[in-house]
Ligand binder design. Structure first.
Ligand SMILES: NC(=O)N[C@@H](O)C(=O)O
Ligand code: NI
Length: 166
């Protein structure tokens, strides 16, 4: 099977097995602040196990496509959300679990205004901005233990530019 993976636009449906897409799409769940704000309420399945929630800022180096994917990782003890601090698209790579190792990955490119929440234990590529500044708020577990399982991909996959879904 080909080791080339074409990225696709990020959608709730496509990402559903792996977590949630954070986006202000459709009508808000609530109108607040005397009608001046729409609240898209409680949109992520946060899970921090025996730890606690933390918000960190990640300043990541932008990459360009095509990209060589040689590492996937997961956090067995908690979910991890990436909220971009700007409108620039970023690359999201996830993979199903196949008996304790990653299966064939899927690649998505976000639209402006989209973030993601990775479900606890989901295999994923590390944070990969595609444009500067590469600044993200990250909501994940703060607690004891490593909470990081890495898996080397050999031979690596090649992630290519976006294709439009059929
Ligand atoms: N290791 C770390 O904090 N970041 C990764 O988990 C990542 O997904 O980028
Ligand atoms: Ni991670």
């Amino acid at each position: 099977m080909s080791r080339t993976i074409a990225a696709q636009p990020l959608t709730q449906a496509g990402f559903a097995p792996f977590g949630e897409v954070l986006e202000a799409a459709g009508a808000p769940d609530r109108i607040i602040n005397r009608g001046l704000c729409g609240r898209f309420h409680d949109r992520a399945g946060l899970d921090f196990g025996d730890g606690r929630a933390g918000i960190s800022l990640f300043q990541a180096v932008p990459r360009t496509l095509p990209l060589e994917l040689d590492l996937l990782e997961r956090h067995p003890e908690g979910s991890q959300a990436f909220v971009p601090m700007g409108p620039e698209p970023f690359l999201v790579v996830v993979a199903p679990d196949d008996g304790g190792v990653p299966g064939r990955p899927l690649a998505f490119v976000t639209a402006p205004g989209q973030g993601i929440n990775l479900r606890r234990g989901t295999w994923h590529g590390v944070l990969t901005p595609l444009h500067p500044p590469g600044l993200f708020a990250v909501i994940d577990r703060i607690g004891p233990g490593a909470n990081l399982q890495e898996h080397d991909i050999n031979p690596p996959y090649t992630i290519t530019q976006t294709r439009t879904p059929k």
